[in-house]
Write a protein that binds this ligand. Structure first.
Ligand SMILES: [Zn+2]
Length: 334
């Protein structure tokens, strides 16, 4: 009994040695400062969560749509999917982000990387709007996005037509992004909820091919929780992603939550060897994101949830994925 207890204690001690062997420092490549109602827990809460969890750098963006509390809805919705009311394109989201970032103390400012997102991706005037916003605050914005195009239920709830990542309005924005050396974080689902084939792949692949000088971060690698609800796992995701990474050096991949599970980790929480091999083969092309919206109490948990996958990678690759790859795609003259 004593021996068992002792050996258990040894195992636990050993486990904690291994668990703490690598203390990662993170960049969060996908963070929303506000939620779908444009509300935020605020900068102090974000700073505290970053400091507590070794999250050194964050991409900070608003949310490009606001969910309406519709005249006919008796109760204020708590999420965009809470009722039938629509969401609409909301440019003031960038004003909120700009104000929060500009109030940061000077020593904190270099760790915040604001991305501009508040425009309608179906409007061919949007590139002119983005240019005006860039001119209004020279040097502030370090990227564009998250741009919502195919986004399952949210797409259906947003006023107006569904944006495609390969439409004319976005084409103009990719040119502007290249001219200004800004990366673009793009949410473009690879398929619909029910189609078991890459139904919308062309919408992301065409811009990758046509805009070799624009750096694209593909949010969640085209996956979503809603797709998983209907299809569990997409067999075509890994081969498709492999082919895209081989073909387009301007493609970067955000591994946030709907990629982590079920793809990076299996049901038991073990890293899947094929995904480890893919990340090892393209060590500079993957980054992590929390995708939190306006609340930061789960920020640390979200970032640490990648640790089992990172721990199974060679240490140098893991550190790139955890922190450096995101910093490497930011504007060079920063
Ligand atoms: Zn997001």
């Amino acid at each position: 009994m004593v021996a068992t207890r002792l050996s258990l204690a040894c195992v636990l001690a050993l486990c904690s040695v291994f668990a703490s062997a690598r203390e990662y420092r993170y960049s969060d490549a996908h963070l929303h400062y506000v939620d779908f109602f444009q509300e935020s827990a605020g900068m102090n809460a974000l700073l505290e969560a970053m400091a507590k969890n070794r999250i050194e750098h964050v991409m900070i963006s608003g949310v490009p749509v606001a969910k309406k509390w519709h005249e006919d809805e008796p109760k204020r919705p708590r999420y965009y999917a809470g009722d039938d009311a629509d969401a609409y394109w909301y440019s003031a989201t960038d004003v909120i982000v700009a104000a929060a970032v500009s109030k940061l103390p000077a020593d904190k400012r270099p760790y915040f990387h604001p991305f501009l997102s508040g425009f309608n991706p179906n409007d061919k005037n949007s590139d002119a709007h983005i240019q005006r916003m860039l001119d209004l605050n020279p040097g502030l914005w370090q990227g564009i996005g998250e741009v919502f195009t195919r986004h399952d239920d949210l797409t259906a709830l947003t006023s107006g037509d569904t944006p495609r990542a390969n439409n004319e309005a976005m084409t103009r924005i990719y040119h502007l992004a290249a001219e200004n050396d800004l990366p673009v974080l793009l949410h473009s689902n690879i398929t619909s909820k029910r189609e078991k084939n890459p139904l919308y792949l062309a919408e992301i692949e065409q811009p990758l091919r046509n805009h070799p000088h624009t750096r694209f971060i593909w949010a969640h690698a085209g996956t979503s929780l809603e797709i998983h609800r209907h299809q569990v796992q997409m067999d075509f995701l890994l081969p498709t992603l492999t082919r895209l990474l081989e073909s387009y050096p301007n493609l970067y991949v955000d591994l946030s939550w709907s990629v982590l599970r079920p793809y990076l980790l299996d049901k038991a929480g073990k890293p899947r060897p094929q995904w480890l091999a893919l990340v090892e083969r393209f060590p500079e092309r993957f980054m992590l994101g929390s995708d939190v919206v306006g609340r930061f109490n789960k920020l640390g948990e979200e970032m640490h949830s990648f640790d089992p996958f990172l721990d199974a990678l060679p240490e140098a690759v893991a550190r790139k994925v955890a922190r450096d790859n995101f910093l490497a795609i930011l504007p060079r003259k920063r």
